[in-house]
Structure formats: structure tokens, C-alpha cells
Write a protein that binds this ligand. Structure first.
Ligand code: SF4
Length: 501
């Protein structure tokens, strides 16, 4: 970028009459973004004009900038204020995601386990029904009108009776609150049976699993004692999807969600991984890099890789997904969809790790099996690895108010406001981006983080560079597909819309 200023040389003058903006070279042109999240591409010649202060009213450059809210005198301030309030409306709610770790026990051993699993005989890591009830009591006090209770582990099916009890208790208690209530379970599915499935389908529990790609990768990375982890997962995904069809639900909307954790081995197979997901009926693939939490920190030498290699994998996989879309397949990549929703419109997808401030404490709360409460599930994993920094209370003594006012929660909010962070404050992608303070803490020892050394920032920057380059190239078919990825279709079947009684 400094080359640009060398070209402009001594003639460079701060442009007058513009709103504050940030800029970055993308694919040979200059991308400008402003505080509203509006953006525009200029050629280098246009940018040179701007930097020499040659912005004549009525010129094509002036009109271009004005139409995208970059010109101060034509900016509708009231509308701008409205737009910002709309984008940040999540700040008016309390935490909507409540993660209950009902056990640490797990029947599979994974190379990248984030959750700090315990062996199957560690029954002392099962949540008790009493603790489960206290989790629900706290969750329902959230000022958010809609709450999701997500069951995690370990493997939540290991402690199924308690999970069942918590669901029944939450449904009963919610009659006094009338919140929109949803349940989600993250499971490897190997302990599923017809009886459990019938209960989960009846109580509208969304089911999410992990698929590492084709069978040879999945079974190598996820060891199921005495069984085949891939075959079990596939068998149950198909069975559950059929249960939704039997209920008359639209299979494009209602199906098992599957998540990928991209390991070093997986990087070799972008197309095969996408095809595996599409073959399972998945309409959304989340290409996430491996996390540094839990056991993954210890097994980093096996699963970790350079983020440039991840971005090569990401681009190859998304190009394949775009090709499939061009051939009529409706499938999207989740990271891209999150960023594009903010880039192409004013909607905020409220994905807690990619928003500013992040959801730590104010968007999500995690409850450990023993009743300890954390600002996020990653914070809970840090505790299981011996660092209790992110603990903000426990279900026995904490009140909802004390959790929200906890000094750690306040620090996490401050640390994740992008406009106040060194590096992010000058980054062109600030309007769309977000960072997990837990990731900074785990990898750099500070919740504030140094973004130019952050692997997560490298991923966010790389993905946004890729997406903006697609928008710059402006191929109508590709842009139409990217736009379609931002359409949200609500899965209302999963909502328990209880009326208070
Ligand atoms: S995290 Fe990185 S990409 Fe995102 S706003 Fe900050 S510096 Fe930019």
C-alpha cells in the first residue's frame, strides 16, 4: 500500500469532505469501507485523484462515493444513525445461547478434541439433575426474548437421562416466562438409538454432528472403540433426516447439521470433503480451522498447519461449492455467508465469534457439568486445561445480574470492540469482523491480542480478501449465488413458542 503513496508523492493531501474510511488493495483495485459498512472499489487512478484532493463535485468519482455514503455533505445522518442502531440491536438483548456440558465422558477419542473429554468410567463428570435445573433457572432470567439451550459434552448422549430431565424442566418452567425456547444437541451420534431419537424429535431438539470428510479421514481422526465412527454418524444422519421428512418438514431446511474441523490431513481433500457433505444432504458447510483449545493444544504437532495452507484449502473448497451452485445445487459455506450478510446488507447474523463486541458473556454463557459458569465454551475448555480465567460464577451462588456485571465479562466486551483495538481500528474489514478474546488469550496470553500475529485474524482477513475479490470481479452469476447465501430461512418448527401461563 505504501507504494501507492510513493506514486502520489508530495502531492498527497488529506481528502476533504469525506466520512472516515479505511482502504486496502484487493486484486489490483482499492477497496474503501466506511463506518456504516458501505464499500466501494476505486481504480488506482481514481484513488490517486482522491489522495491528491481532486474530488470535484459532480464528477463521476464524487457520484460514486456519494452513492455509497462516503461524502459527508450528502450523507443522511438520521438514516445513518438508524442503520447503526439496527446493526447493533443485539446489544439490547441478554445472552441467547446457553451451553450445558452435561458430561465430560465421551465414547470417541478425537485427535483435535476441544472439549477436554473424560473416559467413560469418569461418572463424576456427569451433570446432576439439580445442577441442570439451576442452569435452566438462570437461563430463563436472561433478558433475551429467545434462548437456545445447547447440550454439549463430552458426548451428551452418555448422560441422556439428565438431558431429558433438563428439557422437560425447561419446557415446564418456561410456561412462567413465555420465551421462545430452542434446544440443540451436539453429538457424535454413536450412542443414538430409536428411543432416544423419538424423544429428541418429539421435543424438537436440533441435532448437530461432526463429519471430518470421507470415511478414511473421519475414522482415522475419531476413534470409536469397537466400532466405526463414520458409519455410525452416517447411519444416524440418514435416519434423522428421514424422521424429518416423515413429519412433513422440508428437507432443504430440516436436516442434521454437520460441522467440519479442518485438520492438516483434511487440507489435502477440499473437493472430497465438500462432496461428502453434499452427499449427506447438508446445505451448509462450515470450513473452520482447528481450534487451539482443549486437547488440540497438546496435539498441535499432528493437526496444526500454517494459515496460508488453510486459506488455499478454503478457496479451493469454496470454488468447488460455487461450481456446484452453478450446476443447480443449493449449498453454501457458512463463514462466507456470515461475512457476506454484513457486507451486502445491514443484517447482523449474530454469529457470536464474528461480531463486535463478541458474544463472550453477553451473547453466550457456558455451564460446566459441576455448575461452574463461563463466559463461553472456549473459556470452559480453558478451565478444563487448568486455567480458570474465564469463570464468571457458579449456579449455586451467582445471580443473573452478577454474571452480567462480572468484571471479566466487562473486560471481554472492551477487548472485543474492533474499533478500539490496535490493528483492527485501521483495518478495512472492521465493519464486518470480530475476534474471540478467548482465542487471543489462549494463543497470545492477552484478551486484547495482537492481530497481526493472530492466526484467527489471518483467516478472517484471508476469507474477506477472497470474498471482496469476487465482488470486485462482479461476475453476475457468482454475485447472485453469493447474495443467495445471505438469505435466512427461519426453522420455526424447532421453536417452542410458549405462551406464558
Ligand atoms: S481481526 Fe484482523 S481482519 Fe478482522 S478487523 Fe481485526 S485486523 Fe481486520
Amino acid at each position: 500500500m505504501s507504494g501507492l503513496f510513493t506514486e502520489i508523492g508530495a502531492e498527497a493531501r488529506a481528502p476533504k469532505g469525506l466520512v472516515p474510511f479505511r482502504f486496502r488493495e484487493v486484486g489490483g483495485d482499492i477497496l474503501l469501507t466506511n463506518f456504516l459498512g458501505d464499500w466501494v472499489f476505486l481504480t488506482k487512478a481514481e484513488f490517486g485523484e482522491l489522495a491528491r484532493g481532486q474530488l470535484a463535485q459532480g464528477s463521476s468519482l464524487y457520484e460514486k462515493l456519494s452513492s455509497r455514503s462516503f461524502v459527508r455533505e450528502t450523507l443522511d445522518e438520521a438514516k445513518a444513525a438508524e442503520r447503526i442502531a439496527y446493526k447493533k440491536r443485539f446489544l439490547s438483548y441478554g445472552p441467547n445461547l446457553h451451553i450445558a456440558v452435561v458430561t465430560l465422558r465421551c465414547n470417541e477419542t478425537c485427535v483435535y478434541c476441544h472439549a477436554s473429554r473424560a473416559n467413560m468410567d469418569a461418572v463424576h463428570t456427569d451433570m446432576t439433575p439439580e445442577i441442570g435445573e439451576k442452569v435452566v433457572d438462570l437461563m430463563l432470567q436472561s433478558t433475551s426474548p429467545a434462548v437456545t439451550l445447547e447440550f454439549q459434552g463430552g458426548e451428551p448422549l452418555v448422560n441422556f437421562p439428565v438431558m431429558k430431565h433438563i428439557i422437560e424442566y425447561a419446557l415446564a418452567r418456561n410456561r412462567a416466562y413465555g420465551k421462545e425456547l430452542e434446544f440443540t444437541m451436539v453429538s457424535n451420534l454413536a450412542m443414538m438409538d430409536e428411543e432416544k431419537l423419538a424423544f429428541l424429535v418429539d421435543r424438537k431438539v436440533q441435532i448437530c454432528t461432526s463429519i471430518d470428510g470421507p470415511e478414511h479421514i473421519h475414522t482415522k481422526q475419531r476413534i470409536l472403540a469397537g466400532g466405526n465412527s463414520h458409519r455410525e454418524a452416517i447411519k444416524w444422519i440418514e435416519r434423522i433426516n428421514k424422521a424429518y421428512i416423515d413429519l412433513g418438514l422440508d428437507p432443504t431446511l430440516y436436516h442434521v447439521e454437520a460441522l467440519l474441523t479442518t485438520t492438516r490431513e483434511a487440507l489435502k481433500y477440499p473437493k472430497e470433503i465438500v462432496d461428502t457433505y453434499v452427499g449427506l444432504g447438508c446445505r451448509a458447510i462450515f470450513l473452520r480451522p482447528v481450534d487451539p483449545f482443549g486437547f488440540a493444544g497438546k496435539t498441535a504437532q499432528i493437526v496444526e498447519y500454517d494459515r496460508a495452507a488453510f486459506l488455499d484449502f478454503y478457496r479451493a473448497a469454496v470454488e468447488h461449492i460455487l461450481d456446484l451452485n452453478r450446476r443447480g445445487e443449493q449449498v453454501l459455506e457458512r463463514y462466507a455467508a456470515i461475512f457476506l450478510t454484513k457486507i451486502l446488507g445491514d443484517e447482523e447474523p449474530n454469529f457470536l465469534d464474528i461480531r463486535s463486541p463478541s458474544g463472550s458473556g453477553i451473547g453466550a454463557i457456558a455451564y460446566n457439568y459441576d455448575g461452574k459458569i463461563f463466559s463461553s465454551d472456549e473459556g470452559r475448555m480453558m478451565y478444563e486445561s487448568g486455567d480458570g480465567f474465564f469463570q464468571i460464577g457458579d449456579v449455586f451462588t451467582s445471580t443473573y445480574r452478577s454474571l452480567m456485571k462480572h468484571e471479566t465479562v466487562r473486560a471481554l466486551v472492551m477487548a472485543s470492540i474492533r474499533e478500539t483495538q490496535p490493528d483492527c481500528v485501521n483495518c478495512t474489514y472492521t465493519p464486518y469482523c470480530g475476534i474471540q478474546p478467548e482465542h487471543n488469550y489462549r494463543t497470545q496470553g492477552t484478551i486484547f491480542g495482537r492481530m497481526r500475529e493472530s492466526t484467527l485474524c489471518a483467516v478472517h482477513k484471508g476469507i474477506q480478501d477472497y470474498l471482496f475479490d469476487k465482488l470486485r470481479t462482479n461476475d453476475p452469476k457468482t454475485v447472485e449465488i453469493l447474495r443467495r447465501w445471505t438469505t435466512v430461512r427461519a426453522r420455526s418448527h424447532f421453536i417452542h413458542a410458549s405462551t406464558a401461563s
